[in-house]
Design a protein around this ligand. Sequence first.
Ligand code: SF4
Length: 181
Amino acid sequence: MSKPVIATASLAGCFGCHMSILDIDERILDLIELVEFNKSPVDDIKSFHKICDIGIIEGGCCNSENIHVLKDFRKNCKLLVSLGECAIMGGLPALRNGIPIQECLNEAYLDGLTVEKGNKIIPNDNELPMILDKVYPCHEVVKIDYFLPGCPPNADLIWDALVSIIKGTPMKLAYETIKYD
Ligand code: SF4
């Protein structure tokens, strides 16, 4: 029987959620037995080779490239999982959402204390992805099937949830893995 296929992507995130996937430690060997990885920073495969069963998304959408990648995942994955607060709510990058975009750019590239004198320019190369007016959580861009909270989500939570999705069994997530006080 062929194994379920998993793809992962990091959008506007810090890679902490991907690190938490790797934090399942030696269970990574069990995971390799259970699934096949496709497009993912984990195996450095850059494009989809086939339709995947599960797409795992870290990070929200802060630029046009993030939107493109997320829509590509929706098209190529039967199920999409928002992994972590950035994917679910925008996370830290969304702190800019209450500030006009021009003000953010001015502070980052023109007026900020750390901007080098004589080097003041807002990047405008056509090759750069277009920055969005705000940071969007993934479910505001495409349909998301599962949400796994945390910053980053606990490795045990990721493991238990993934195994349930792969095996098609009801999720029984340990309270300690979804409590944050
Ligand atoms: S949820 Fe936390 S760990 Fe995950 S990408 Fe965002 S900031 Fe990083």
